[in-house]
Structures are given as structure tokens and as C-alpha cells.
Design a protein around this ligand. Structure first.
Ligand code: IMP
Length: 193
């Protein structure tokens, strides 16, 4: 029988990304799969805090081994913004397009466009919490390119590549991305148990 692990998200892109790289012995369930329809609050001021709020909520109310991730885009010229506020950078009723518009507006013609995606995963198994981090360095380009992926992908050019995350096939994005790296650390950990 497969080991089941809840990924405390309903983000279809994230679920697709992780299901492509998780070993066949582990079945990933979403929040919907366990009939959790709560909007789990993400009120912490750090990625670790928010990841822990989501996994903690799931463990507390559903008693299932689980993990949650939180990601931020950290732009050097903006002092690390949008960071933990990446999802709602353009406001509560914003969306990816508005977030990107705001980012490009705030950056203007600044030449230092260095940025990184940072993902933190909080895993709770048997009541114990552990964290795994993944980082990918890159640049914010001046205009959107590509239609794959989600969020800030169309304006993020990872170092060493000439395609944005939104121009890459998912396998390639997974092999170098923040979340891919954090998830592989999680998988290594699970494999060693
Ligand atoms: P979350 O809290 O992990 O869902 O991530 C916060 C925000 O970061 C998302 O709403 C997206 O805008 C952005 N984000 C997270 N992961 C990615 C990614 O892989 N590509 C582009 N943007 C991302």
C-alpha cells in the first residue's frame, strides 16, 4: 500500500509539479482530497511561519501527516520585496497579472534586477515538524515572456538559462526551481525514514 501524505494546498500547478517528481510509493493528497475547504490563514511574517501555519492547521484538525510550502520572490533592488507578501503584492483582489504589473512598475529601469524564488516546506509527521528550503537565483526581465507555469514565471529568468520559467517545459522548471529543490530535499528525507 502507498504511504499517503497530504500536501496542504489546492493549487493545481503545485500539485501537478510535485506529483511529477514524487516517488511512486508515496501518494500525494490535496486539501480537497481530505475534504478540507478552509481558507487557512497565512498571517505570519516569514515563509517558515506561513508554511508552519498551513501544515499545523492540517495536522491539528485532520490528524494526517502532511506538509505545506510557502514561497516568496525576493527582489534585491526592492529590499527583498515582495517576499512573504508575493501572493497579494497588488492587494487582496489582485492576481498574477496585477502582481507582475506592480513589480515591473516598482522596478522601472533599475539595472540591478537580481532576484530569487525561495520556498520553505514544513513537514509534520507524527507531530514533529521539520523544514526544507529551496532557492533559485535569477533576474527579473522587463517584459513578460511565455505562457506556461503561474505567478511571476513570465518575468523570471533563472541564472544560466535564456528561457523564463513560463517558456520552459515543466520538467526543466522542476529540475531547477525553488520548489523542485525543496521537494527533492523532502523526498531524500522521506526515503531515509
Ligand atoms: P505560495 O504562498 O507558496 O502560494 O506563493 C506565493 C506567491 O508566490 C504565489 O501566489 C505566486 O505569485 C508566487 N509563486 C510561488 N511559486 C511560484 C512559481 O513557481 N513561479 C512563479 N511564481 C510563484
Amino acid at each position: 500500500m502507498k504511504n499517503k501524505l497530504v500536501f496542504a494546498t489546492n493549487n493545481k500547478h503545485k500539485l501537478m509539479e510535485i506529483r511529477k517528481i514524487i516517488p511512486p510509493g508515496i501518494e500525494i493528497l490535496s486539501l480537497e482530497d481530505i475534504a478540507c475547504f478552509e481558507d487557512i490563514p497565512e498571517t505570519a511574517e516569514t515563509l517558515e511561519g506561513n508554511a508552519g501555519l498551513k501544515s499545523g492547521f492540517t495536522y491539528l484538525y485532520y490528524q494526517k501527516d502532511c506538509f505545506a510550502d510557502d514561497t516568496g520572490l525576493e527582489v534585491d533592488a526592492l529590499g527583498g520585496k515582495p517576499g512573504v507578501h508575493s501572493a497579494r503584492y497588488a492587494g487582496e483582489d489582485g492576481n498574477a497579472e496585477k502582481n507582475i504589473e506592480k513589480l515591473l512598475r516598482e522596478l522601472g529601469d533599475v539595472t540591478n534586477r537580481k532576484a530569487r524564488f525561495r520556498t520553505v516546506i514544513s513537514l509534520i509527521m507524527g507531530g514533529n515538524e521539520e523544514f526544507f528550503e529551496g532557492i533559485v537565483e535569477g533576474q527579473i526581465i522587463h517584459e513578460k515572456r511565455g505562457s506556461e507555469g503561474f505567478g511571476y514565471d513570465p518575468v523570471f529568468l533563472p541564472d544560466g538559462y535564456d528561457q523564463t520559467f513560463a517558456e520552459m517545459p515543466l520538467d526543466l522548471k522542476n529540475s531547477i526551481s525553488h520548489r523542485g529543490r525543496a521537494i527533492r530535499k523532502l523526498i531524500d528525507h522521506l526515503s531515509g525514514l
